[in-house]
Design a protein around this ligand. Structure first.
Ligand code: C2O
Ligand code: CU
Length: 452
């Protein structure tokens, strides 16, 4: 498989079956990645005898993995073969505003039968993703999402056998058609969760892993609303990175949570008896909403096989030099996530009004702000900012450790987070919103105007 580092060899066969399809780079130049994504209906046999009618990119759910390295020019030719308009948003990538994929804001929606050419440099290593920003609850819910992996040239060798895991879920009716998004006030407040949990578009796939060999799991939560709390009985994870590449230092976590839109870079060394199976599971997680407490859901069966090669080398040092943003003259900008609901109507919003009616946040190119995002509701909201990374801060304004670059962060009920952002020279109107997409579409989506 192209691009598979040789360290993957012992597990390559198994990882290949589970791994997402890879996008074909049509451009021979080493620093240009040119791919075509055809948004189209996809028919899948989810389980024997269970056919579902999804949408995907070029026949795949998730869409094919786009591989690049920092500084590459990525060109994506989108063909819309759906019956609905669509766009592509490159979640987390610091693209120019015109490439951000927001219909009627940064581009017209791409109508059925039409195409659009996206082109941008990927400046930063990390796991990113693409998805529509048109009718996103329905379109992501039907299967439209795909990963972008920008490899970090400074990753030390021997980190582990790398597998990209795109987590999502799916709700379908008896005919295998995607269920329409929630429409009742309760349903919107809860957010659309499908009952079928998918890993790389598969139901409970298996992966052969060698006893004592480290795995590097690049995890993306592409679900519309579902939070995933990951666990493997008796094991803990070394979390080495998140949305915007590696942390300043690794963390040990037993049950890492990945909220919609977020990514995690996890190391785990499966241990146990040869021939046994370890389950990577999603444990019950509460986000405050009136959904029945979900049971534990199996994600991937890790089948322990004999260690074909030597065990993994000891974990190399994983410090990354990240300079905290200078916030000495930064102004604080309040953003409140609000909810007004009765039996018939629910208005999610920014500062008490639907985001489209809220005054945009204004910012200057070159300036640094601290966004103070206050959740006034009894529910969790994953807050996502387009176009720029933020650095999570403590209540006193000092950087949260380890340092990291993020674009999506959970804001627990009735609490606030402080996010430092420096606006590099990409002026324009950028969105910020809850990545529970029912909430975004119900009004929890505001604008940030970056000007010279
Ligand atoms: Cu992944 Cu505007 O979102
Ligand atoms: Cu929300």
């Amino acid at each position: 498989m192209p691009g598979m580092p040789s360290i993957d060899q012992p597990n390559a066969g198994a990882a290949t079956a589970l791994s997402p399809a890879e996008a074909v780079d049509r451009d021979p130049r080493p620093d240009v990645v040119a791919v075509t994504l055809v948004a189209e209906p996809v028919v899948r046999e989810l389980e024997p005898g269970r056919t579902v009618h999804l949408s995907g990119y070029s026949g795949n759910v998730p869409g094919p993995l786009i591989r690049a390295k920092p500084g590459d020019l990525v060109e994506v030719h989108l063909d819309n073969h759906l019956t609905e308009p669509t766009t592509l948003h490159f979640h987390g990538v610091r693209v120019p505003n015109a490439m951000d994929g927001v219909p009627d804001m940064t581009q017209p929606a791409v109508l059925p039968g039409q195409s659009f050419d996206y082109s941008f440099v990927v400046p930063d290593a990390g796991l990113y993703w693409y998805h529509p920003h048109y009718d996103s609850v329905a379109e992501l819910g039907s299967g439209l999402y795909g990963p972008i992996l920008v490899a970090d040239p400074s990753d030390p060798p021997g980190l582990g056998d790398e597998v990209v895991l795109v987590l999502s879920d799916l709700g379908v009716d008896q005919n295998g058609q995607p269920l329409p998004p929630a429409s009742t006030p309760d349903g919107i407040v809860s957010g659309s969760e499908g009952s079928v949990v998918l890993v790389n578009g598969l139901v409970h796939p298996r992966l052969d892993v060698a006893v004592g060999r480290r795995l590097r799991l690049r995890v993306l939560n592409a679900a519309r609303s579902r939070y995933f709390k990951l666990g493997i009985a008796g094991q803990s994870f070394t979390v080495i990175g998140g949305d915007g590449g590696r942390f300043s230092a690794p963390l040990t976590v037993t049950e890492p949570v990945v909220t919609p839109g977020e990514r995690l870079d996890l190391l785990v060394t499966p241990s146990g008896a040869e021939g046994s199976t370890l389950e990577l599971v999603a444990r019950p997680v509460s986000r405050g909403v009136p959904l029945p407490e979900s049971a534990e859901a199996p994600l991937v069966g890790l089948e322990l096989v004999a260690n074909a090669s030597s065990a993994s080398p000891p974990l190399p040092s994983l410090e990354r030099a990240i300079t905290p943003l200078d916030t000495s003259v930064a102004s604080e900008v309040p953003i409140a996530l609000t909810l007004n609901a009765d039996e018939t109507e629910v208005v999610m919003g920014i500062d008490g009004v639907p985001g489209s009616q809220a005054e945009p946040v204004h910012a200057q190119v070159g300036a640094t702000q601290i966004l103070v995002v206050t959740n006034m509701t009894p529910y969790n909201h994953p807050f996502h900012l387009h176009g720029f990374f933020f650095e999570p801060r403590r209540e006193d304004g000092s950087p949260l450790l380890p340092l990291e670059r993020k674009d999506t962060i959970d804001v627990p009920p009735v609490s606030r987070v402080k996010l430092a952002v420096t606006y590099d020279d990409r002026p324009g109107m950028w969105m910020f919103h809850c990545h529970i997409l029912d909430h975004a579409e119900a009004g929890m989506m505001g604008m940030l105007h970056v000007m010279h």
